[in-house]
Design a binder for this molecule. Structure first.
Ligand SMILES: N[C@@H](CCC(=O)N[C@@H](CS)C(=O)NCC(=O)O)C(=O)O
Length: 218
């Protein structure tokens, strides 16, 4: 089985999404636990691998790649036995891209809403709440129109957006009630019921949260 190194940690949604895609396409992951809040991504040796100083980053036999969405597409293109997670059909692939780019902006909103207040122990600002609600309403519209986030079948965009969206309610329960978004909730339930990988990585997230709450490691 091919093995790649992933620089990430158990709590980070984009790092989990990358590990889920790797496992889906039969790639083993050697996880090097890395915590940006500890300054680990700003060390010169890390900046050489990823000038954007973020997790996840992968090393695949000396090839370094960052950004979970770029990594997810690379892993399927390089290692998957079929194209179901990332269709080759131009129209279907374009919709996957659209949703992946949407995830980039949504995850920024999630981080602003969740992590800042969690670290600073302050209530989230109205601005960060409104911006996230707007993103969730968009996701709700996507999921009202189709069973999965980018159409009728599971794609890498589901893994990425699942990790981002469930993080809204994860470190601090009840800040935003996801259950009021009926289509998002239906999709979360579907993924949790049908994907053993989703269940497995939800448990890693719980483990990562415990480490964060005990040691502030993120
Ligand atoms: N667009 C990036 C976002 C990655 C990201 O925001 N990672 C956070 C942790 S979850 C990080 O490393 N932050 C440190 C920093 O930005 O300096 C991706 O999808 O990989």
């Amino acid at each position: 089985m091919p093995t790649i190194t992933v620089y990430g940690n158990d709590l980070s949604p984009p790092a989990r999404a990358v590990r889920m895609v790797a496992e889906s396409v039969g790639v083993d992951v050697d996880l090097k636990r890395t915590y940006p809040l500890r300054g680990e991504c700003k060390k010169p040796e890390y900046l050489k691998m990823n000038p954007m100083h973020q997790i996840p980053t992968i090393n695949d036999g000396g090839f370094f790649l960052s950004d979970s969405h770029a990594i997810a597409t690379y892993l399927v293109d390089k290692y998957a036995k079929n194209d179901s997670l990332y269709p080759k059909d131009v129209l279907k692939r374009s919709i996957v891209h659209e949703r992946l780019f949407f995830d980039v902006s949504l995850y920024t909103k999630v981080l602003n809403f969740v992590i800042g207040p969690l670290l600073l122990k302050k209530e989230p600002t109205d601005e960060s709440r409104n911006s996230l609600v707007d993103g969730l309403e968009t996701a709700e519209r996507f999921l009202t129109a189709s069973k999965f986030i980018a159409g009728d079948s599971l794609t890498i965009a589901d893994y990425c957006l699942y990790c981002s969206i469930t993080f809204v309610d994860f470190p601090q329960k009840g800040q935003i009630d996801l259950s009021k978004y009926k289509s998002i909730q239906r999709w979360i339930d579907l993924l949790q019921k049908t994907s053993p990988l989703v269940k497995k990585y939800d448990q890693f997230a719980e483990k990562g949260l415990k480490i964060f709450l005990e040691d502030g490691k993120y």
